[in-house]
Unconditional design. Sequence first.
Length: 205
Amino acid sequence: MNDPRYRSSFGFIDLLFNLLIGFVFLFMLAFMLINPVAKKETIKPKAEYFIILEWDGEKPYDLDLWVKDNLGHVVSFRRPDDALIHLERDDLGTINDTYYDADGKLVYLKENRETVAIRTNDPRSYLVTVHFYNARKNPAPLIHASVKLIKINPYREEFHKKLFFSQEGQELPAMTFRIDYNQSVHVKPTEELIIKDEIIRKEGA
């Protein structure tokens, strides 16, 4: 039967519909490739304790905090994050201690401070030492540093100790402390070391 009145257009409509579906699918695929699903950011728990190391802000010397818990996690400039212990600031002495203010004037920040945050109140014990990492090719006379243990909530200084260094590469014990099940802090003096007498230097230093 060749009468045009009896010819069907459904086949052509089906073809157009399939082409439309294919186009929409390709468009969605291209959009997903251009805009990949964003990864969820890791939100750090709030800090419960700060360990703060301070030394002469006019000296170029680089001192480093080392913290080790009873589970074997160690944090320092070599590994700044481990099991809710975080090196918040690695101070390199006088390096990066200058900036320009709004008037273009060079300002020198006379402060040497390194900070480690502990982001848990779980019962654990911690060992803290300080290492005289680098004298920056300067003579290394006797230099003093101070180490503080601060509890954030409620705010309280749990411990404060002064250390005296006489040579590059020297590691001194600062403290050992324990957090009990009641979130009370117990600090004790110690002679333990983390890196012992190992002298850690940068290549070419």
